[in-house]
Ligand binder design. Structure first.
Ligand code: GUN
Length: 295
């Protein structure tokens, strides 16, 4: 079997086009356009690239973008003070504090200071807590997990009753994607560095989400024939045959797994573009809630 390649670029563009159309409609109705504030602390090169991409996406969707940068030496009080100002700014519908924060800043303290109505990343402890509880709904779902489940649904994956295996238990991807899958009535197994016999656990998966940050860890013989594989990893590996001397790969050995799975996301061009698209969607959703828009 050769897997269907799930084209994240195409699916993400559809989500971004919808966000843009919603913004247009808001403008036509005389409503305020959505606004997203980004907070970048320090000079982590990857974080700078991610924040710049998020700001560019805002521009393309007609979302106003408010960029804030603080030095790596910023104090807890300075970061939380900025967040409080953004909480109070009526032009701002979403506040995104790029993670990881430089040490010794207290990440949870900063995330907790974001108003839950503006928590478009969905990382506020209340939003995460609601995601984990039956009969409760978070105001926002974290963007990468949301993108993973959105893709799965769009390609028609039956999640109810399926065996889903999540490799990785990070706060940003592994744990929230597992919670989302439970909400879809999947039977979810979360694996991590202490799990025994990962290949055997993975072979039981109808849906396999790889989010461990280990290049090409998931091999072809780890995957059940016909499984759907979502690769969240972004790892740079040396490749002398490549013009740059290196290239990006996921957590999945793509060339092997695509021969076994029924569908697979590539890296790059799979989950990555979905993260930004879901952020645009969450920001528009927030602006609609703030202005009592019901469509
Ligand atoms: N760092 C890696 N992914 C993310 C994300 O989705 N949001 C934020 N704020 N930081 C990140």
């Amino acid at each position: 079997m050769t897997a269907t390649i799930i084209d994240g670029k195409v699916l993400a563009q559809q989500v971004r086009d919808q966000a843009k159309a919603d913004v247009e409609k808001m403008k036509e109705m005389g409503l305020r356009v959505p606004g997203l504030a980004t907070v970048l602390v320090g000079d982590n090169p990857a974080s700078k690239v991610y924040v710049a991409s998020k700001q560019k996406a805002c521009g393309e969707a007609g979302i106003e973008s408010f960029g804030h940068t603080l030095p790596a030496t910023a104090t807890q009080e300075e970061v939380e003070g900025l967040v409080r100002e953004l909480n109070a700014d009526p032009r701002v519908d979403g506040i995104l504090v790029q993670l990881p924060l430089p040490s010794p800043l207290d990440e949870e303290g900063v995330l907790k200071s974001i108003s839950i109505e503006k928590d478009v990343d969905g990382f506020h402890p209340i939003n995460i807590g609601r995601l984990a509880q039956k009969g409760r709904d978070p105001l926002f779902v974290p963007c990468t997990p949301y993108g993973c489940v959105y893709m799965l649904k769009l390609i028609g994956t039956k999640l109810e009753g399926c065996n889903a295996v999540v490799l990785g238990r990070s706060n940003i991807v592994g744990m929230p994607v597992a919670l989302l899958l439970v909400r879809e009535n999947a039977t979810v197994t979360i694996c991590h560095s202490r799990s025994k016999d990962l290949p055997a656990i993975c072979r039981g998966a109808d849906v396999l989400i790889a989010a461990v940050g280990r290049a090409q860890m998931v091999r072809g013989d780890w995957v059940k024939p016909g499984a759907v594989v979502i690769d969240v990893g972004i790892n740079r590996i040396d490749d002398p045959t490549h013009p740059k001397g290196s290239r990006l790969v996921g957590d999945v050995m793509y060339d092997e797994v695509k021969e076994v799975a029924s569908a697979i996301t590539p890296v790059p061009g799979g989950v990555g573009p979905m993260t930004i698209a879901m952020l645009m969607r969450n920001t528009v959703h927030s602006a609609k809630m703030a202005q009592n828009v019901t469509w």
